[in-house]
Design a protein around this ligand. Structure first.
Ligand SMILES: Nc1nc2c([nH]c(=O)n2[C@H]2C[C@H](O)[C@@H](COP(=O)(O)OP(=O)(O)OP(=O)(O)O)O2)c(=O)[nH]1
Length: 137
């Protein structure tokens, strides 16, 4: 059996707005939108990986709020897991420093206005369902 590698994705929230990030590379993913994040390193806690990736990719200081239930297969051996997160007080605003060329805060009614990576759609749907009913970040 192949070892699964967890890719952490952040549903970074500002009230009920979700941050979407447009990938700039690799060519097969460029132009599509995703939850910012990346691979968990060996021995790293997924929540720590999330904070690290948000710092590297967006230049923000974030805190993890809670796990969004579920996990979604990506290209083998990767698997996407998602946490809601919010900016810490005093954090800089997000900038597309690495991996992305555009960022957008989307209100719930705007969430499907961008072409998400197909493999992210079930995760984004789950985040949206929680925004409608669950606790806010
Ligand atoms: N970050 C992120 N990656 C995703 C999502 N959906 C999805 O299919 N992927 C894919 C793209 C990549 O193949 C892989 C994550 O790679 P990455 O390039 O963002 O991760 P990383 O920062 O750790 O990359 P690396 O440069 O260290 O290799 O998962 C998503 O919502 N967020």
């Amino acid at each position: 059996m192949t070892e699964r590698i967890v890719v952490v994705g952040a549903a970074l929230l500002d009230g009920d707005r979700l941050l979407a990030a447009r990938r700039s590379a690799p060519p097969e993913l460029a132009g599509r939108w995703e939850l910012p994040g990346g691979k968990v390193e060996p021995g790293e806690r997924p929540e720590d990986a999330l904070v690290r990736e948000l710092r590297e990719e967006l230049g923000v200081e974030a805190e993890v709020v809670e796990r969004v239930p579920g996990s979604w297969p990506l290209r083998a051996p990767y698997e996407l897991r998602v946490w809601t997160a919010r900016l810490r007080p005093g954090s800089a605003g997000p900038e597309p420093l690495q991996d992305h060329d555009e960022l957008r805060w989307l209100a719930p009614a705007e969430i499907w206005s961008v072409p998400w990576l197909e493999q992210d759609v079930p995760a984004v749907r789950q985040v949206l369902a929680r925004l409608a009913t669950g606790p806010r970040a």
